[in-house]
Design a protein. Structure first.
Lengths: 334, 323
């Protein structure tokens, strides 16, 4: 790996993060409506208090949140805060810090999405490779239409179907939440069990809906790889079938799939919003949904920024790893 | 005459398509002596490559061998089990394919390709012996030993084709099938590659089947040439006799359509088009385009016969000395 390549990639990463932070800052300020007034109005409506001094209270809030400063000062302050991982205070859950909300939600999302994505990727790729190989038995190939169907059904629909059949009808798994409601999170066996049981259905709905696309993508890629000249020559050289399948076929078909996986793992941080909402799963997706509903724009900003940075970092990691798995791509600065 | 090393008799390969049966190879017979260089020429779609692929038993559906025998070193290739076929490929009969640019696994070093080829047929030690073998093979085709550590994309087209030639001789097969090995290369590299092939063929004593349509290249390389038309061999002759005294009207037209300076600026081809392999004309398949067509050519399929020593023709002109 050349230093020039590395510094170029790091530079690119920093540039992406800079643009993400800036755009993130601007979009929130360009949104119509005043979030502080909205929040207070909502509080007032809920509490039934007087309406007269909303402006005053809002001004006080703005001063505390730094929203009365000039845009440039706010922008600079925003950068300072980003470096301190401080995204301000939630407006809906005042005075909870946004960073706390994010930190609390992040492990749930990474756990759920990470595991579900890795499972659906590995199983999907294996099945897809099997489906693309001419020697695979007919009954396995019957999976193709099944996958065509599941790949077309959105994951939240599968989630709802699962809730209906598994939760409502048979009561095997809990319907929502990250762990048993009201219990404390401890490092003991019942907690682990409860966390696992709560994760099964959301994970299953993600796996069921995405496994088909992985399998079909891999199948298509493998079929076109098997048409390459190097496969014909490998056969003519007398190589055993399994060697050709794994090291000539699958090995070459895997490369584009890994790119897709890296992008998806970057996205995983934002959670599968709808799945988390359906299962009331305490992950980032659920928080994002909640924050958008409540115009809690500090939280939205924080989550979107985390998402942008994690995708950028995932792509950065991929750029560093890719030359190791595909020798045609080299660590070149030009 | 000694026992031929490869004997092909009445080979038939049909493609079963939804629009009907395509008779790509329809009764081809020829034989090869040890160390002989045999050329298969013909227009695109005349069945040359299909014949070559049938020899490697690399036909994929919808192509099927419908009949005939391929005898290699006394064994009928078409009767071998899948595992026996695999063992024969590369070790007894090897292939130098058309697409040199894309015939090596892009994620594998040249060394790995040799490991795979040799390891598929013999127990190999991963150590010194192997490196020496690879080095020796690369030197044989005129490549420096460090090529073993390169990836395919780091090699030029000519270098890749040399690597493939080196692999094709790694297990010292008795027959090498070279299917238009230089079609993707420029003339200079083409000549270098052909010289390499010629050299390793001499060293090894293997028989070579060279498939192609470059008559000049064929004339230079081959001992004997077989001319294919619409899935059949119309004429087989030693190379000098074929060029000096072609017998079959198709061969005559083919050779007279080669460009030369005396007829510069005038392009002579063969009038008409090759027939559809789905609906071959009755009788001789060449009769609609043949300038010397006889009445019986339109109904009776001409026999493939030896009209003079080592000269085989299928044409009614030579029926019982009548032509």
């Amino acid at each position: 790996m050349t230093l020039a390549y590395l510094s170029r990639r790091v530079g690119m990463l920093l540039l992406i993060i800079f643009v993400a932070v800036t755009v993130n800052f601007m979009i929130a300020r360009l949104m119509p409506g005043d979030p502080v007034e909205n929040a207070i109005n909502r509080l007032v409506a809920a509490g039934g208090g007087s309406v007269g001094n909303v402006q005053e209270i809002a001004a006080a809030y703005r001063a505390e949140l730094g929203l009365d400063e000039s845009v440039w000062k706010q922008y600079l302050a925003y950068w300072v805060n980003v470096f301190q991982f401080d995204f301000g205070t939630s407006l809906v859950h005042y005075p909870a810090r946004v960073s706390h909300i994010i930190w609390a939600a992040l492990p749930w999302t990474i756990g759920l999405l990470g595991i579900a994505t890795v499972i659906s990727f590995s199983v999907g790729i294996l099945l897809g490779a099997a489906l693309g190989w001419p020697g695979t038995p007919k009954f396995v190939k019957a999976l193709v239409p099944v996958f065509l169907l599941t790949a077309a059904v959105p994951y939240f629909l599968i989630g709802m179907v699962l809730i209906f059949f598994v939760v409502v009808t048979y009561r095997v798994f809990p319907s929502g939440g990250g762990y048993t409601f009201g219990s404390e999170l401890r490092a003991d066996w019942p907690t682990v069990q409860s966390v696992f049981m709560h994760a099964v259905l959301p994970a299953l709905s993600i796996i069921l809906s995405s496994i088909g696309s992985w399998a079909l993508g891999m199948r298509g890629m493998l079929i076109s790889t098997l048409g390459e000249d190097y496969i014909t020559l490998a056969q003519a050289r007398g190589l055993p079938k399994t060697r050709i399948f794994l090291w000539y076929g699958v090995r070459n078909s895997l490369l584009p799939q890994l790119t897709a996986l890296a992008i998806l793992l970057g996205h995983a941080v934002s959670g599968a919003v709808l799945v988390e909402v359906i299962f009331s799963y305490p992950g980032l997706g659920f928080r994002l949904f909640e924050a958008i509903n409540g115009k809690d724009f500090f939280v939205v900003q924080g989550i979107v920024l985390i998402l942008a940075i994690s995708i950028a970092v995932a792509m950065f990691a991929l750029d560093l790893l890719y030359p190791l798995i595909d020798p045609r791509i080299r660590y070149q600065s030009r | 005459m000694t026992q031929p090393i490869l004997q092909v008799s009445e080979l038939k390969v049909y493609y079963h398509t939804s629009q009907g049966v395509v008779k790509a190879v329809d009764g081809v017979s020829f034989s090869l002596q040890k160390g002989e260089k045999f050329g298969l020429v013909g227009e695109s779609g005349s069945g040359k490559t299909t014949t070559a692929m049938a020899l490697m038993r690399l036909l994929n559906p919808p192509a099927f061998v419908e009949g005939g025998h391929i005898t290699l070193n006394g064994r009928n290739l078409l009767a071998l089990s899948e595992e026996e076929t695999r063992r024969a490929r590369g070790a007894e009969i090897s292939l130098i394919p058309q697409g040199a640019m894309n015939s090596l696994n892009p994620v594998m070093r040249v060394r790995g390709h040799f490991h795979d080829t040799i390891g598929a047929h013999r127990k190999v030690s991963r150590g010194e012996d192997m490196s020496t073998t690879i080095e020796r093979l690369l030197r044989k085709v005129g490549l420096p030993p460090d090529v073993a550590n390169r990836y395919p994309h780091e090699l030029s087209g000519g270098m890749k084709q040399r690597v493939i030639i080196a692999m094709s001789i790694a297990l010292e097969p008795s027959v090498i099938v070279a299917d238009e090995p230089t079609s993707a290369l420029d003339v200079v590299v083409q000549m270098q590659v052909m010289a390499t092939l010629d050299q390793v063929q001499k060293d090894l004593g293997a028989a070579v089947i060279l498939v192609g349509h470059d008559m000049g290249l064929m004339a230079q390389f081959c001992d004997r040439i077989g001319v294919m038309y619409a899935g059949t061999l119309v004429e087989v002759a030693p190379v000098s006799q074929l060029f000096e005294d072609p017998q079959h009207p198709y061969t005559q037209l083919l050779i007279s359509s080669l460009p030369d300076f005396e007829t510069k600026g005038r392009f002579r081809g063969i009038p008409g088009l090759p027939p559809s392999l789905r609906a071959l004309p009755p009788g001789c398949t060449f009769h609609p385009r043949c300038p010397k067509v006889l009445d019986r050519c339109k109904t009776v399929v001409p026999a493939y016969r030896e009209i003079a020593p080592a000269r085989w023709v299928s044409c009614h002109l030579y029926d019982g000395g009548a032509g």
